[in-house]
Design a protein around this ligand. Structure first.
Ligand SMILES: Nc1ncnc2c1ncn2[C@@H]1O[C@H](COP(=O)(O)OP(=O)(O)OP(=O)(O)O)[C@@H](O)[C@H]1O
Ligand SMILES: [Mg+2]
Length: 256
């Protein structure tokens, strides 16, 4: 085997990613020269002010957005020149998403929601069943298989969403403010679930969060300001998260 073949690649490597939105006559430059390498097993937190480009960045990371300049290497292979079909295959098999508002389908049962990625991969609902039961058991909500999302608490809904993200055994999980709609106690439990998933199952995890108490779960902290990304540390992350939290509270108060 050549040295090249022996070399282990990082899971993700972004080189000089730039992202623009065209707004009529104006061009909005949202991601600026982003260089980022994520190794397998890392737990990365991303934070930054509202509008700084966090969601845009994770949409690129998660193959939701393929319209950017620069080079994206996934497991050593470039993503940039793949066909739409190859990109949707990556999106469906390699990454699991967890969103702030859970994104569950209200008229489907818990089991049907969790089975969706498997069905998209070509399994029948009968074939999907054992795996769905397994991940739901793992999340501690195996007994809610036939419930509808509206019959669940916020924490239970987020567990269902995490189960759905994990069901295809993805290489990494992206969570965009997964605890943003939950109270403090439930947030901590959900973050414990995510941290355990990273530590015990070894799933690489990228989380956008502004909860100061959640920053310490991450093994690496990134800050994005005005489209530029840089490394940070847990102390700064906690401080900035607290600042963002205060600003949000103030905005909410002003709005009332
Ligand atoms: N589809 C779009 N078309 C045009 N502009 C967009 C689009 N999506 C986002 N933007 C703009 O890009 C910038 C970055 O948005 P993004 O959603 O990445 O911010 P964010 O850091 O996730 O903010 P928040 O903390 O509020 O979620 C913002 O100025 C936003 O208005
Ligand atoms: Mg966002």
């Amino acid at each position: 085997m050549t040295e090249q073949m022996n070399k282990k690649h990082p899971l993700i490597a972004l080189h000089k990613i730039n992202k623009y939105y065209q707004m009529g006559e104006n061009t909005l430059h949202v991601l600026k020269d982003i260089d980022l390498t994520i190794q397998e097993g890392e737990f990365v937190s991303i934070m930054g002010p509202s509008g700084s480009g966090k969601s845009t960045l994770i949409n690129v990371l998660g193959f939701l957005d393929n319209d950017f300049a620069g080079e994206y290497f996934f497991q050593g292979k470039t993503v940039t020149h793949r066909t739409d079909r190859q990109i949707s295959e990556l999106r469906n098999r390699r990454v699991g998403f967890v969103f702030q508002d859970f994104n569950l389908i209200e008229n489907m049962t818990v089991a049907e929601n969790v089975a969706l990625p498997l069905i998209y991969s070509g399994l029948s609902s009968h074939e999907a069943r054992p795996r769905v039961q397994e991940v739901l058991d793992h999340m501690g909500i195996g007994h809610k298989l036939n419930a509808k999302p509206y019959e669940l608490s916020g924490g239970q809904r987020q567990r269902v969403a995490i189960a759905r993200a994990l069901v295809n055994s993805p290489d990494f999980i992206i969570a965009d403010e997964p605890t943003g709609a939950l109270d403090t106690k439930t947030s901590r439990k959900i973050m414990d679930v995510i941290a355990k998933m990273n530590q015990e199952m070894g799933v690489t995890t990228v989380v956008v969060t502004h909860d100061p108490s959640l920053q310490r779960y991450a093994t690496r902290h990134l800050m994005i300001v005005d489209g530029r990304l840089r490394e940070s540390d847990v102390h700064e992350a906690e401080q900035v998260a607290e600042q963002v939290r205060q600003e949000r509270l103030k905005r909410e108060e002003d709005a009332q």
